[in-house]
Write a protein that binds this ligand. Sequence first.
Ligand SMILES: NC(=O)c1ccc[n+]([C@@H]2O[C@H](COP(=O)([O-])OP(=O)(O)OC[C@H]3O[C@@H](n4cnc5c(N)ncnc54)[C@H](O)[C@@H]3O)[C@@H](O)[C@H]2O)c1
Length: 340
Amino acid sequence: MRGKLRFGILGCGMVSVYHINAVLSNPDAELYGVCDSSFENTLKTAAVYGVKAYNNYKEMLDDELIDVVCVCTPSGFHAQNTLSALNAGKHVIIEKPMALNVEDADAIVSLSEKTGKIVSVISQLRFTDCYAAINSALQRGDFGKIILADISMKYHRSKEYYSGSSWRGTWKLDGGGALMNQGIHSIDLIISLLGNVNRTFAFCRTLSHKIEVEDTATAVLEFESGAVGSIQASTACFPGYSRRFEICGDKGSVVFSDENIISWDLPGEMPQVSHSYCSSSSDPRAIGNENHIKQINDIVAAIKEDRPPLIDAIQGRKPVSLICAMYQSSVTGKPVDIKM
Ligand SMILES: NC(=O)c1ccc[n+]([C@@H]2O[C@H](COP(=O)([O-])OP(=O)(O)OC[C@H]3O[C@@H](n4cnc5c(N)ncnc54)[C@H](O)[C@@H]3O)[C@@H](O)[C@H]2O)c1
């Protein structure tokens, strides 16, 4: 493989900056070009970083010099944008959620296998020290048998957060609300820590915001392991609280909030993890860049070493399948079985 991997960024909005900073900080990566459906945005971003401005996505995909595409468009475009990039022979980094339904997620998994190109879905919370410490304790069996897991995401988003965007809060382009947009981070975390979920029962409601999708949801879960759990997610709880996890086993338990460990009732001292003072509980822009940098470093290394990234397409599909099952349960009023 030639020297640096050349990156193209699709969608030059809020989250694209996190990708751009990650690419710029990686010595094996080069920011090569950008593209947005608004050519004005494309030109502005290209000028800031001194990179190529593509007239449209096809032109970026036709450029043989691009190795990796970062899909940073509104969520409803992720699946189609990713399939097009794979068909053009590119590796793809997709912002969460990978797709808005299981059929599209499956199409990405199979095309990624067929083309041999790497697909990774952003879930940057898997790269925190806090996650690593808890995952190691789980692998060592320090919790004993896992009994209960709870996630609380009582966030707040302003009216302007939804009214100022053409896509947020819509089924077609956001694909859901407190679960599919905000909650997916924590849902991915709990699946990766505790394993697949077999079944869920959920209430999804729109209680405060004038949007199509849910601003509030509560769900119960049954894990394959036999453990049970619950999820509460909202974007309507003023003023918004940090996300909180409680994972309880019959030999030990932890509580953590954002990236900080609150209680460590496990063998040994509480690990010293780097604390975070960023919380997106009431401000979606209050996320640090370090975890995107770590994930994109892993993806660059995976491409160079010809190995899967830590979060591949199969894993990106899992939270989508659970969230879609929650939506189905809420509509039907019945528990839904899940195939992960
Ligand atoms: N990982 C995270 O913590 C995180 C944080 C924020 C957003 N996101 C995800 O990133 C994605 C984008 O969110 P955002 O906050 O940057 O949105 P945004 O509205 O700020 O930016 C989206 C950009 O995409 C452009 N665009 C729209 N349709 C396009 C198309 N078809 N082709 C090319 N460009 C198009 C828009 O003009 C805009 O510049 C969403 O899927 C969101 O869920 C992830």
